[in-house]
Write a protein that binds this ligand. Structure first.
Ligand SMILES: *Cc1c(COP(=O)(O)O)cnc(C)c1O
Length: 855
């Protein structure tokens, strides 16, 4: 990417990287020097590489602002239906290269940076990841923002500006150690604070009822300060907004009433309020019912809904009938998508605004609310479903609890009218779980408060409809939908794998970047020997580059001609990193048993973060590192097998490892992984998949043909049957000698000689409470891995299968996903209208913007 272009390359350069005009390059260099001087206040004698990164970032940003202002001005004037994507997570990663790509500035910037005597890749590496997410759910939100902007939708992402994102993972002596992610330390050139749009959010207090309705009073106020980040579409001059809220204490915080005496303490206590946006909760697929987390959830919801209603009222649709706003058109003008139940309090909050503040009758308010919201379910794992204690909600949000009770009363009355005397059904469908501590089932609240409910892959949506929320689907079958997840091909192909992106463009043109289904055109080249060699060459180059990265950053050497077998995702029992580990031990034992037998060399790379409070996940990391220690230092094994635990897996590391992967591990127990999106990234980047029939793997096999993936193991039906029969791990252990050997080695301290009982908890879990049935799929997994190795020996056959996979990956563009949301849930049309570009960037200040624009 950072290489200077030779004349020849310049001639054949492809415009997906943007056009290098002499004018452009000169203007970029002027911008860079101006920012180094005026923004960074440095000259080139004292500037650090970070100064150069910031100078470049500001230069690129200058090219966004005119388009951003124009886009928002256009929305203000035309008033299209607004799409609001509410999410507690936006796992954005880095912004610089993505912005250059979407603005078509990449080549020109490369050239300018080269002419300035700097290294583009080195500068890009200085940018911190915006790690405001845990894994798939947060990354999905980020991909959706890219696709919504690319499709010209008037969309907004709303979330929290965490001061600390997902922790940085260090590995010390094989254990995970967490470090705080102080990502804002050096400043964030991509955000713009908007203190003029600050809004109050209320907590605690009590409710007073009178003939004028309910009043929520004596509350504590926290201010929500918005920070806007531009979200450029791909080459369409559209720039949408991601608005993240930061918590601020009001200036009179704790200085009223009785606290007046202790001024110093009152100022110090401002932290209490501001802690709301301090840190991302680091759980993936796990519910932790902490008060601070509930505060975060309500904080983003309350601030966002005020913003949405302010914008609606400012539009021509928010007309006023003598004194009151007419909200009849609200659901036609506003769609709010809930990314899981995390922002579920938006439903009672909108009811509170409509009923208590805007004085609408309940039934009217409820109709508008349901037509506004749609809910995406992301998991069926019971430990991940949010069930907030009623006590806690009553204390923090007393009025909302009353509203939830009212919603529930009417909901249960309705069920009772349809199913008289079915008390069991009422219990199952209630928003309130009465057993033990009373809890609110947030998924139930979302289902009754939305007009659409969707799962994230076909198989998952079926499980949602027929198992987890069966009663609700029986009541309103048309409400339940599927929207199979996707990934943005801009970041997950153009940005991370330019070699492959350009090779594809040479064969089928550039239009596939916006219409990924065009990848099917590659089928024509499956037997083209030159193309096969070129695809293999790009993969090999990516592998060498990744090997050099590992050597430079971690001083570990890996063999780029070995198969790169990669398992990167959050560490979780259901994702079965333990099964991969058992396979590694099995391969190790086979090599030792017969060292001269042919063995297809492998580098097994496992990476991912464990939630800090998840003991078993942390033990799995330690076990992988212990096994790596033994395997990597055994002279009998030599270079045949290497095991690498990849530290601190995150978006920017995914961009490096995925294009270098030969084999993608997607081995969750059937029925547990809702969709997965890592699986799609690997497919698009020329890896083959070994996987179970779970999540979107099912649809990947459907698209590519099952014979082009390595599918193994139990199907959902098999798992259900085994559950009925009763899963007994011991049976498999007794029957399979290689499994027995591997397990015995872990148990006896072979991998932890100084602490033989170190992995007792892991072994005990595998035998006695393994909910994800690792042993039941072990044999099929190992056999399937043998087939993988066999095919890898035939490089040409392997690469042909790779090409068939890439050609079939078109479905998994998030553009396709968003078009389906737009058509089936939001009822809006994508627009390929190119908003005219501004005169950028020097003349942008002369653009006329109307006064009082609602930003
Ligand atoms: C895509 C992505 C994920 C999700 O991966 P899955 O394999 O679908 O769980 C998690 N983390 C990062 C950094 C990602 O880029």
């Amino acid at each position: 990417m950072s290489r200077p272009l030779s004349d020849q390359e310049r001639r054949k350069q492809i415009s997906i990287r943007g056009i290098v005009g002499v004018e452009n390059v000169a203007e970029l260099k002027r911008g860079f020097n101006r920012h180094l001087h005026f923004t960074l206040v440095k000259d080139r004698n004292v500037a650090t590489p970070r100064d150069y990164y910031f100078a470049l970032a500001h230069t690129v940003r200058d090219h966004l602002v005119g388009r951003w202002i124009r886009t928002q001005q256009y929305y203000y004037e035309k008033d299209p239906k607004r799409i609001y994507y509410l999410s507690l997570e936006f796992y954005m990663g880095r912004t610089l290269q993505n912005t250059m790509i979407n603005l078509g500035l990449q080549n020109a910037c490369d050239e300018a940076v080269y002419q300035l005597g700097l290294d583009m890749e080195e500068l890009e590496e200085i940018e911190e990841d915006a790690g405001l997410g845990n894994g798939g759910l947060g990354r999905l939100a980020a991909c959706f923002l890219d696709s919504m902007a690319t499709l010209g939708l008037a969309a907004y992402g709303y979330g929290i500006r965490y001061e600390y994102g997902i922790f940085n993972q260090k590995i010390r002596d094989g254990w995970q150690v967490e470090e705080a992610d102080d990502w804002l330390r050096h400043g964030n050139p991509w955000e713009k604070a908007r203190p003029e749009y600050m809004l109050p959010v209320h907590f605690y207090g009590r409710v007073e009822h009178s003939d004028t309705g309910a009043k929520w009073i004596d509350t504590q106020v926290v201010l929500a300060l918005p920070y806007d980040t531009p979200v450029p579409g791909y080459m369409n001059n559209t720039v949408n907004t991601m608005r993240l809220w930061s918590a601020r204490a009001p200036n009179d915080f704790n200085l009223r009433d009785f606290n007046v005496g202790d001024y110093i303490q009152a100022v110090l206590d401002r932290n209490l309020a501001e802690n709301i946006s301090r840190v991302l909760y680091p759980n993936d697929n796990f519910f932790e019912g902490k008060e601070l987390r509930l505060k975060q959830e309500y904080f983003v919801v309350a601030a966002t809904l005020q913003d949405i209603i302010r914008r609606f009222k400012a539009s021509k649709f928010g007309s006023t009938d003598t004194v009151r706003t007419v909200f009849d058109s609200f659901p036609d003008q506003v769609a709010i998508q809930l990314n899981d139940t995390h922002p579920a309090m938006a439903i009672p909050e909108l009811m509170r605004i409509f009923v208590d503040i805007e004085k609408l009758p309940w039934d009217k308010a409820w109709d508008l609310t349901r037509r506004t919201f749609a809910y995406t379910n992301h998991t069926v794992l019971p430990e991940a479903l949010e069930r907030w204690p009623v006590d806690l909600v009553e204390k923090l949000l007393p009025r909302h609890l009353q509203i939830i009770y009212e919603i529930n009363q009417r909901h249960l009355d309705h069920i009772a009218s349809l199913f008289p005397d079915d008390v069991e059904r009422l219990r199952r469908m209630s928003l309130i779980e009465e057993e033990g501590n009373k809890r609110i089932n947030m998924a139930h609240l979302c289902i009754v408060g939305s007009h659409a409910v969707n799962g994230v892959a076909k198989i998952h949506s079926e499980i949602v409809k027929t198992q987890v929320f069966e009663d609700f689907a029986e009541l309103e079958p048309e409400k339940f939908q599927n929207k199979t997840n996707g990934i943005t091909p801009r970041r997950w192909l153009l940005l991370c794998n330019p070699g492959l992106a350009e090779l594809i463009a040479e064969k089928i043109g550039e239009d596939y970047v916006r219409d990924l289904s065009q990848l099917t055109k590659l089928h024509e080249f499956v037997d083209d020997d030159l193309f096969i060699r070129e695809v293999a060459k790009v993969k090999q180059e990516n592998k060498v580059k990744f090997a050099l990265y590992l050597e430079k950053e971690y001083k570990v050497k890996i063999n780029p001609s070995s198969m790169f077998d990669v398992h990167v995702k959050r560490i979780h029992e259901y994702k079965r990193q333990l099964m991969n580990c058992l396979h590694i031990i099995t391969m190790y034992n086979r090599i030792r048993r017969d060292p001269v037998k042919l063995f297809v060399p492998r580098t097994v790379i496992i990476g991912g973060k464990a939630a800090p409070g998840y003991h078993m996940a942390k033990m799995i990391i330690k076990l992988i590192n212990a096994v790596a220690q033994v395997v990597n230092n055994d002279p009998v094994v030599g270079s045949k097998l290497k095991v690498i635990f990849l530290e601190n897996y995150r978006v920017s590391l995914a961009e490096k490892v995925i294009p270098a992967t030969d084999l993608s591990e997607q081995i969750s127990t059937a029925g547990t992984e809702a969709s997965g999106t890592g699986n799609m990234k690997f497919m698009l980047n020329g890896a083959l998949t070994i996987g179970t029939m779970d999540g979107a793997n099912v649809e990947m096999a459907e698209e590519a043909g099952e014979e082009n993936l390595f599918i193994f193991g139990m199907r959902v039906e098999d798992v259900t049957e085994l559950d009925k029969k009763g899963y007994d791990a011991q049976l498999y252990y007794d029957r399979l000698p290689e499994l027995k050997q591997a397990v015995d080695q872990i148990k006896s301290g072979f991998f932890s000689p100084n602490e033989p009982n170190l992995f007792d908890d892991v072994i005990n879990m595998l035998f006695h409470h393994d909910r994800f049935k690792v042993f039941a799929d072990y044999e099929a997994y190992v056999k399937c891995q043998e087939k993988v190795s066999e095919l890898y020996l035939n490089s040409k056959a392997w690469t042909k299968m790779v090409i068939r996979n890439i050609a079939a990956a078109g479905k998994f563009s998030s553009d396709r996903t968003i078009k389906e949301y737009a058509r089936d849930i939001w009822h809006v049309e994508p627009s390929d209208l190119k908003i005219p570009p501004p005169n950028e960037p020097r003349d942008a200040a002369q653009d006329k913007t109307p006064n009082g624009t609602a930003a």
